[in-house]
Write a protein that binds this ligand. Structure first.
Ligand code: NAD
Ligand code: KPL
Length: 297
């Protein structure tokens, strides 16, 4: 049984696609164990709508894998009450965007099999009882702690039952960095300018900030040993994704519009903290972080 922690857009996507009866949501502490199951309408990529009924994990039952689908800022707190009762052999897979939350979990429980995923699947939840599988993508999974390596094969195999494209990635940190670059170069601009991804490309604010931003990120990646990072290549990658997802509302803009806390602390905020530790000036990452926080908090 796969336990899914976080019954939001991504958690409900996995619950909808994994074989029925093989996953259950992990209840929050203190939740009534007899709470009614989670019911929602799930719209597949082809637009077909299905009513899903997915239960909460019954008390006394142990999951054999935990998928953590909370926002980055909630992850460690959400996991804490579960980890103490979870057998040490149960792998924990973190699905968060950005960086910082994954390392916090791996550092808190280094002897547990902790893995992370980087996914380009897209799901959103326009109303509380509706989840849309908005875009198909790829999901790479890799170990964050040494014991995680022993579970990589089995976790990937178990999750392929969803029908999603799931791959093994031994250097998952590198993959998470690639996604971080794209999110750092698109998300704050769309949130600040309140525009779709493609619209940033011709905006004077983006055009004046993108090169200094990519210089900061490349210097941090170099110092952290995350492979070769050429500022021009980073900018090309950011602009290509912005063009390919031109009509999308980014997750950060969506959070801002819905009045939810954004994940800026794990995207540009993570880069700003790392830059300060490494004594690399990070004025652009810091000001983007401050501006997004002013807008949404
Ligand atoms: P979401 O806000 O829709 O879902 C998060 C869920 O976690 C919410 O239902 C919330 O109530 C729940 N939660 C918070 N604290 C909890 C706790 N202590 N115990 C149990 N549940 C708790 O967010 P999402 O869009 O599903 O994204 C989740 C993560 O996945 C984010 O880090 C996001 O960046 C990443 N991600 C999402 C997508 C996507 O398409 N939605 C794609 C890639 C990555
Ligand atoms: O991952 C994304 C997000 O919105 O968080 C991008 C790639 C920017 C697509 O919208």
């Amino acid at each position: 049984m796969i336990g899914i922690l976080g019954a939001g857009a991504l958690g409900r996507l996995w619950a909808a696609l994994l074989p029925e009866g093989e996953s259950a949501f992990l209840p929050r502490p203190g939740m009534d164990p007899a709470a009614p199951p989670v019911r929602y309408t799930f719209a597949s990529l082809d637009g077909r709508q299905t009513i899903m009924t997915r239960s909460w994990l019954a008390s006394g039952t142990q999951p054999d894998l935990v998928l953590v689908a909370t926002k980055a800022g909630d992850t460690r707190e959400a996991l804490t009450p579960w980890v103490s009762n979870l057998p040490t052999k149960v792998p924990i897979l973190l699905l968060q965007n950005g960086l910082g939350s994954q390392q916090a979990v791996a550092n808190a429980w280094p002897t547990r099999p902790i893995l992370a995923a980087s996914t380009t699947e897209g799901a959103n939840r326009p109303t509380p009882n509706e989840v849309i599988h908005a875009g198909s993508g790829d999901t790479w999974i890799g170990p964050l702690t040494a014991p995680g390596k022993n579970h990589l094969d089995s976790v990937v195999t178990e999750l392929r039952a969803s029908g999603l494209r799931v791959h093994e990635e031994l250097d998952i940190l590198h993959r998470l960095w690639q996604k971080l670059v794209v999110n750092a170069g698109i998300n704050p601009f769309t949130a600040i300018l309140d525009c779709a991804n493609g619209e940033i490309l011709s905006d004077p604010f983006f055009l004046t900030q993108i090169d200094p931003l990519c210089n900061e990120i490349a210097a941090i990646m170099q110092a952290e040993g995350i492979g070769e990072a050429n500022p021009k290549e980073l900018r090309d990658r950011i602009e290509t994704v912005a063009r390919n997802t031109a009509r999308n509302t980014s997750s950060m803009r969506a959070d801002r519009l819905a009045g939810r806390k954004t994940e800026i602390d794990y995207i540009n905020g993570y880069l700003a903290r790392l830059g300060q530790q490494l004594k690399i000036p990070v004025p652009v990452n810091q000001s983007l972080t401050d501006r997004v926080k002013q807008l949404s908090e």
